[in-house]
Design a protein around this ligand. Structure first.
Ligand code: HEC
Length: 136
């Protein structure tokens, strides 16, 4: 009896543990990704052609693989993701503030890596400026 009880106890804690772990993974039903209100007001300290050019060069090496050459979310590694890599030319993306895009690039979600440990703050603002040029 005692063995049976501990078997049940162990089994259920394993089940609970895996449930806890799996709930951290990205699932298709995570819903719309919304940046926090504090991000909205962040001021973009960069502007101009030099910033856009730097953004473009980073975008080409780091983002095109998923977001595609024109940012439509159709890169070889991006189109089959769930959710798919975002379309940067779309109204849904372009209607967000610079601060919201900066925050999302920095923090990431699921397959979209958070870039804050990889790219400098300056580079992340330059990416925002480049993404503005992809508007359709
Ligand atoms: C491994 C594939 C991958 C790479 C590489 C990648 N992204 Fe993404 N990105 C995604 C996915 C997938 C989403 C959608 C995430 C979600 O909605 O949960 C996304 C979403 C975004 C969004 C949010 C768009 C929205 O809908 O609000 C921005 C901004 C963004 N990416 C910028 C970038 C930039 C800039 C880079 C390069 C520095 C980059 N991404 C690299 C996969 C990628």
């Amino acid at each position: 009896m005692k063995t049976l009880l501990s078997f049940v106890a162990i089994t259920s804690s394993v089940v609970l543990m895996s449930f806890g772990i799996s709930s951290n993974f990205t699932t298709p039903d995570q819903g719309k990704w919304v940046a926090p209100a504090s991000a909205k007001e962040l001021k973009n300290p960069h502007s101009g052609a030099e910033s856009v050019a730097n953004g473009k060069s980073i975008y080409t090496t780091r983002c095109v693989v998923c977001h595609g050459a024109t940012g439509m979310g159709d890169g070889p590694a991006g189109k089959s993701l769930n959710p798919p890599a975002a379309d940067h030319g779309s109204a849904a993306v372009q209607s967000q503030t610079d601060g919201e895009l900066f925050w999302k690039i920095s923090e990431g979600r699921g397959a979209m890596v958070g870039w804050k440990l990889i790219l400098s703050e300056n580079d992340r603002w330059d990416l925002v400026n480049y993404i503005r040029t992809l508007k359709r």
